[in-house]
Design a protein around this ligand. Structure first.
Ligand code: ATP
Ligand code: MG
Length: 270
């Protein structure tokens, strides 16, 4: 028999660490949910996801960031430029899956949380022969990595940067079915996931196949809006399941080492 919890138990939430927005989404995304972070080039998708994982690592969580396109070195450079202190977040890089257990146990012995960056080179190494690898190899290795980190260290948060890169590496023949199983896999693992999705400017699509928009629990949309000779960064929550949220468009700034959302529903440019 299925036991449906009818209590008014408060959902545990993960803040987005965006001042001015978290207050408008009941404090954050519900734990265990899958959030799509969608936006065109340079809209700060990676920074926004990194910001969440960084702050959760400071709070003692084990967070895994898997970057398939941008090298971890370039990503870290960007984050250091934004004043993130990598030593505070116990940043570790996984270059070789054979080292996974050692790295994780070191992290655990220190106590507290950590930010684990999975270098794409290590995934490539797992796929013995990239040229003859079948379509599923990348997806399967990524699933295996996150599953192993979950087993070794009870990973709480996961970011895949990006879904779009995954589609290039691991061609999906039947996206509806394959994406359904990928989302189910993440839900079963019980990690809070952030999937980055590259979208075109001015497009009404938030993802490649559009199915992702229905499978995910939340969509955060980032965009750059030109007005005369100014450009404003904008953020909106398109959907967030189990949350009474404000869907207004806010302007987004990264100031004094933190993200801030402002002018919800109002145009700051007029
Ligand atoms: N304080 C800051 N330090 C560094 N970069 C900043 C800062 N504020 C804004 N940015 C901008 O952030 C952008 C890059 O952010 P990020 O890499 O997170 O974007 P992205 O959407 O993931 O990009 P891509 O589409 O290339 O993956 C750059 O265009 C940079 O100008
Ligand atoms: Mg990026």
């Amino acid at each position: 028999m299925i036991n449906i919890d009818s209590g008014n138990k408060e959902l545990k939430r993960i803040p987005l660490y965006i001042q001015g927005l978290d207050e408008n989404i009941q404090g954050g995304v519900p734990e265990g949910h899958i959030t799509l972070i969608s936006g065109s080039a340079g809209t700060m998708k990676s920074s926004l996801a990194f910001n969440v994982l960084y702050h959760e690592a400071l709070k003692g969580k084990i967070c895994v960031y898997c970057s398939l396109e941008q090298s971890y070195k370039s990503l870290i450079k960007q984050m250091i430029n934004m004043n993130f202190d990598m030593t505070k977040a116990s940043l570790v890089i996984i270059n070789d899956l054979a080292e996974l257990r050692t790295v994780i146990s070191k992290l655990k012995s220190k106590g507290g949380g950590g930010l684990v960056m999975v270098d794409m080179g290590c995934i490539r190494k797992e796929i013995k022969d990239v040229k003859t690898a079948d379509n599923k190899s990348w997806l399967n290795v990524i699933k295996n990595v996150i599953k192993r980190i979950k087993e070794e260290a009870n990973c709480n948060l996961f970011c895949l940067d990006s879904l779009s890169a995954l589609y290039v590496l691991s061609r999906f023949e039947n996206p509806r079915i394959e994406l359904f199983y990928l989302f189910e896999f993440l839900r079963d693992l019980d990690v809070t996931s952030f999937l980055i999705s590259e979208s075109q400017p001015q497009s009404s699509r938030y993802s490649e196949f559009e199915i992702e928009e229905f499978l995910c629990d939340a969509i955060i949309h980032l965009r750059l809006t030109p007005f005369r000779r100014n450009v404003v960064r904008e953020i909106s929550v398109v959907k967030m399941r189990s949350t009474a949220c404000n869907n207004d468009i806010f302007s987004l700034e990264f100031k004094h080492s933190r993200f801030q959302a402002m002018y919800g529903g109002q145009n700051p440019l007029l």
